[in-house]
Ligand binder design. Structure first.
Ligand code: FAD
Ligand code: SF4
Ligand code: SF4
Ligand code: SF4
Length: 384
């Protein structure tokens, strides 16, 4: 019997899922099992839309549709926590299984801390995450660094430190370090991210540490909760997945890769925050002077629930209506509201109409307090 704390290799026994899956297909097989057996009412996962740059959140109630969600999209920067809050009533009336990266999970934990989401109704299947590339920048990177027409790319993956594309007529890989030195590669918040293995989920699934004959054919699963072990044990018993214990050498390799990624994240924090510190107020004031007050940064931030105090018939003491660009207090007020809870998900920056590096500012503010205070970023009141 698998138990909380175990590390296993797992793979789907469904050939259709196996064909589309990123590695072992265990994630999709487990989601399918949970839905078929009414452990959950629905699944929220990501599927490919028009092309590899189009990651679409998908709500599924028919287990047959799950095969369409298999595979990882690294050029999709959606965040699922706010989707659950906005469109699925915070999972307060339904049990939902959801695939989560570290930032999806931190957002859910922060929203649960605010009583906006019912974590007990969520079955959280975590995927390790080395980072995502912004869809628009991915197209530019493929055109300029890979010299390939982005519309001809039908598959992308990140493997052994390389970003690899398959396109009509061939495949090509370039090291992420090289791409990032040229100004391409992962989103800047992802470079600074230290949440690589989502252990606050029920399961943390990835490809690091799968070695030998299982390499590429199994998913590395760390069982992080009793809910997770219950799902694994039932899925094994039904034949939905096959498993074997993770190789000790594989566990060691996974630990080393995670450690190297954390070091890299620290390096980026130091670089980004030192550059900012040297010119803090000037940078914030220059960058935010482009603001057109579209409110996208507020709408899409998982921890900044709303600043529309006018709904209550009140006027802001700090920001006048109808002034563009808004005075710096518009931004200062927002930074203050999120200063203890920014999870560095990058949504504010990604979706800013004026490309203002908002996540850099809010992450720098939050990281400083994070050195001292508990709980750390995203830590939930609820624990596995
Ligand atoms: P599958 O059965 O193929 O299922 C994949 C699941 O991932 C599906 O539910 C799908 O909806 C979901 N998904 C796809 N794209 C996204 C997305 N952008 N955001 C949220 N969910 C998504 N593993 C590592 O060990 N090291 C890494 O560095 C690493 N980086 C990753 C980066 C990203 C952006 C993603 C999405 C995954 C990453 N993984 C990483 C996890 C790995 O790619 C596989 O998802 C994991 O091993 C499960 O494999 P599987 O065959 O069981 O998944
Ligand atoms: Fe992955 Fe972290 Fe970037 Fe989220 S912020 S996409 S968890 S690297
Ligand atoms: Fe994410 Fe930006 Fe909100 Fe921080 S401020 S949680 S990076 S959207
Ligand atoms: Fe201003 Fe950008 Fe926020 Fe829009 S998303 S309100 S332009 S900072």
């Amino acid at each position: 019997m698998a138990a909380k704390g175990d590390m296993i290799y797992a793979w789907t026994t469904d050939s259709e899922i196996a064909k589309k899956a990123e590695c072992g297909g265990a994630v999709t097989a487990l989601l399918k099992y949970a839905l078929e057996n009414k452990m959950v009412d629905a699944v929220l996962a990501i599927k490919k839309g028009q092309d590899v740059y189009d990651a679409v959140p998908t709500y599924i109630t028919d287990p047959k549709d799950l095969k369409d969600t298999a595979g990882s999209l690294h050029c999709g920067s959606v965040l699922l926590s706010k989707v659950i809050l906005k469109y699925l009533k915070g999972a307060k009336d339904k049990k939902i299984a959801v695939t989560v990266k570290g930032c999806d999970l931190m957002g859910l934990c922060e929203l649960a801390n605010r009583n906006e989401i019912n974590l007990n109704n969520l079955l959280l299947i975590g995927v390790n995450c080395g980072g995502t590339v912004s869809p628009v920048k991915a197209r530019k990177m493929i055109k300029e660094a890979f010299k390939v027409d982005p519309d001809t790319v039908h598959k992308e993956e990140i493997d052994k430190g390389q970003f690899i594309i398959e396109f009509e007529g061939g495949h090509k890989g370039i090291s992420i370090d090289e791409l990032e030195n040229e100004g391409f590669g992962r989103r800047s918040n992802c470079r600074r991210c230290l949440y690589k293995v989502p252990r606050q989920a029920d399961l943390a699934c990835g490809n690091w540490g799968v070695i030998g004959e299982k390499a590429g054919k199994a998913t590395f699963v760390e069982i992080c909760s009793d809910k997770g072990s219950d799902l694994i044990n039932k899925a094994i018993k039904s034949g939905a997945i096959g498993t074997s214990p993770a190789e000790p050498k594989g566990i060691d390799i996974r630990g080393k890769v995670e450690g190297a990624m954390l070091k890299l994240g620290q390096k980026w924090r130091k670089k980004d925050f030192t550059n900012l510190k040297n010119n803090l107020w000037e940078t914030i004031s220059k960058e935010t002077s482009r603001c057109i007050k579209c409110y996208s940064c507020i709408e899409n931030c998982p921890v900044c629930t709303t600043l529309d105090i006018s709904e209550n018939g009140k006027k802001s003491l700090m920001v006048d209506d109808g002034t563009i660009p808004p005075n710096p207090m518009f931004h200062m007020r927002r930074f203050a509201h999120i200063s203890d809870s920014c999870i560095n998900c990058g949504q504010c920056e990604e979706l800013c109409a004026m490309d203002i590096p908002l996540a850099l500012f809010s992450h720098a503010i939050r990281s400083e307090s994070d050195i001292v205070f508990e709980p750390k970023l995203g830590d939930p009141v609820y624990k596995n």
